[in-house]
Design a protein around this ligand. Structure first.
Ligand code: TQI
Ligand code: ZN
Ligand code: ZN
Length: 162
């Protein structure tokens, strides 16, 4: 079953049009940006929320970046595998990925970027972990390669918040 963060934080109702931006220092390629766009669209399809890329990194609601090791939030990344990414609950908006991973963008070998992005965006929107194994918000990666489709449990959870 789905869960929320303590106090059930969520983006406020007047902010249904959320913006995101990529850390400029990463210089991400278009195919990588497209992965995040697809991941956001999966959540947009089941909520009243819309997501668009902001022109300004500083003014964006959600900030996405790849970092290695210590990167200023007291939650250093640990190199290959282990922690892959983390995201903070609303209205923080920070979404960090471990730059040391081998990220798979379109069926290459490595950690599937879209799967991790869909999961972390769930956290950015206010979902905690789920006890349902099929759910995107299930907290382990066991035997999973690519999991990008929202389960009924994810949809029910996000629709409680929005
Ligand atoms: N990162 C953990 C995660 O996103 C970080 C974390 C642990 C966390 N406890 C949390 C974040 C509580 C918010 C709230 O769950 S991870 C998976 C999965 C990770 C794990 O790198 O371990 C995915 C990132 F579910 F597959 F195990 C993405 Cl999809
Ligand atoms: Zn971080
Ligand atoms: Zn998680």
């Amino acid at each position: 079953h789905f869960s929320f963060f303590p106090g059930e934080p969520r983006w406020p109702p007047y902010k249904q049009s959320l913006t995101y931006a990529f850390f400029p220092g990463n210089n991400l390629s278009e195919p990588v940006k497209a992965v995040f766009r697809r991941a956001f669209s999966r959540w947009a399809a089941v909520t009243p929320l819309t997501f668009s890329e902001a022109d300004s990194y500083l003014e964006a609601d959600m900030k996405i970046g790849f970092f290695v090791g210590e990167h200023g939030d007291g939650e250093p990344f640990d190199g290959v595998l282990g922690t892959l990414a983390h995201a903070f609950s609303p209205p923080d908006g920070r979404f960090h990925l471990d730059g040391a991973e081998e990220w798979a963008v379109e069926g290459e070998r490595g950690v599937d970027l879209e799967s991790v992005a869909v999961h972390e965006i769930g956290h950015l929107l206010g979902l905690g972990h789920s006890s349902v194994e099929e759910a995107i918000m299930f907290p382990t990666i066991s035997s999973r390669r690519r999991k990008v489709e929202l389960a009924r449990d994810d949809v029910e959870g996000i629709q409680v918040l929005y």
